[in-house]
Unconditional design. Structure first.
Length: 87
């Protein structure tokens, strides 16, 4: 994404201080850092990843259900699984 941004007021002052203190080299770098901090605070990408994993899990379950209905996949009981793991 490309954007032209004009910083004014408090935001501009904060970015200027970040540059003076050596935290960032440019205002855009400060903006990027702020976006990353939003993610750290609110776990935004974690929520996206969890949603994607849930979609993948659901797709897997649907495929498995279809295979079970077609007789291509058999569900094992808990006892059968325990016996197989011990075996």
């Amino acid at each position: 994404m490309y954007a032209t941004v004009k910083f004014e007021g408090l935001i501009d002052s904060i970015l200027e201080q970040a540059i003076k203190q050596g935290l960032v080299k440019t205002k855009m770098e400060g903006l990027r850092l702020g976006v990353l901090e939003l993610n750290n605070k609110y776990r935004l990408t974690e929520q996206m990843i969890e949603k994607e994993e849930a979609k993948e899990d659901l797709a897997y379950v649907r495929k498995a259900e279809k295979k079970i209905a077609q007789g291509k996949l058999k569900l094992r009981s808990e006892k059968e699984l325990r016996d197989a793991l011990r075996g």
